[in-house]
Design a protein around this ligand. Structure first.
Ligand code: ADP
Ligand code: MG
Length: 247
């Protein structure tokens, strides 16, 4: 897919090293506004690093990362401001254990965005309702299931009203019976038009929800395409080998 001016995310010639380890190799990658892209590939192929470069949690050695037209790799870029546009959900939910679900969602709204407390709570409540947790506003993370905790993490990210949501294996730490509730929240978000990049092993989710599936191996995008094309009729042997192992 070519990079167009309507792309929300435009990554070009991205290279990332950890020491001598060349983890991302000349990656070109773009995501259109409203697009849902699932990234699949073997462990260690660079999926998390690529995702973390999108919000500059990792700084690449070369290349450009543009989000909504702004170059995050530009040293003059206000990276904190840029990151507020980008929600991220991790495999480990990373909730604040000593705060309720509501406070987990409201905290950054008061401290970072300087909303009034009542306003922040209203936004937090609306987003917890959006992920089906209207009855858990006062619950502390330890009292919630993994699936509920991950939904709080999603609500927390949504509370910042991001333009883009990044998910790094959001269901990998969950017991199998809790995966569905998180995926259905993500599916609804996709249906609402959210731009999403999702690193996942959930091939069925990718097939149903993604507009495009990207297969990475050894720090490179090996191939990408519509889910039916990539998953049912991959062009590259490496993609076929991977899919044979996971399907
Ligand atoms: P994936 O998410 O596809 O499993 P990662 O992006 O986590 O892959 O890792 C890609 C490569 O980068 C691996 O070789 C991994 O060991 C290495 N790596 C990832 N994060 C770090 C880090 N913080 N420091 C050093 N090496 C890292
Ligand atoms: Mg990873």
């Amino acid at each position: 897919m070519s990079v167009s001016s309507s792309a929300l995310v435009e990554i070009s010639k991205l290279n990332k090293y950890f020491g001598d380890n060349h983890v991302l190799r000349d990656i070109d990658f773009s995501v259109a506004s409203g697009e849902v892209v699932c990234v699949i590939g073997p462990s260690g192929s660079g999926k998390s690093t690529l995702l973390r470069c999108v919000n500059l949690l990792e700084r690449p050695q070369s290349g450009h990362v543009r989000v909504a037209g702004e170059d995050l790799t530009d040293l003059d870029c206000d990276i904190d401001a840029a990151r507020r546009q980008i929600g991220m959900v991790f495999q480990q939910f990373n909730l604040f254990p000593h705060h309720s679900a509501l406070d987990n969602c409201a905290l950054a709204l008061t401290t970072v965005l300087k909303h009034k407390r009542a306003e922040a709570e209203a936004i937090a409540r609306a987003n917890l309702e959006r992920v089906g947790l209207a009855d858990k506003l006062d619950a502390y993370p330890a009292r919630l299931s993994g699936g509920q905790q991950q939904r709080v993490a999603i609500a927390r990210a949504l509370s910042m009203d991001p333009q883009l949501m990044l998910f790094d294996e959001p269901t990998s730490a969950l017991d199998p019976e809790l995966v569905g509730e998180v995926l259905s929240v993500m599916r609804r978000l996709a249906d609402e038009g959210m731009t999403m990049i999702v690193v996942t092993h959930e091939i069925a989710f990718a097939r149903e929800v993604a507009d495009r599936v990207v297969f990475m191996d050894a720090g490179a995008i090996v191939e990408q395409g519509r889910p039916d094309q990539l998953l049912e009729a991959p062009r590259e042997q490496r993609t076929r080998d991977f899919l044979e192992r996971v399907l």
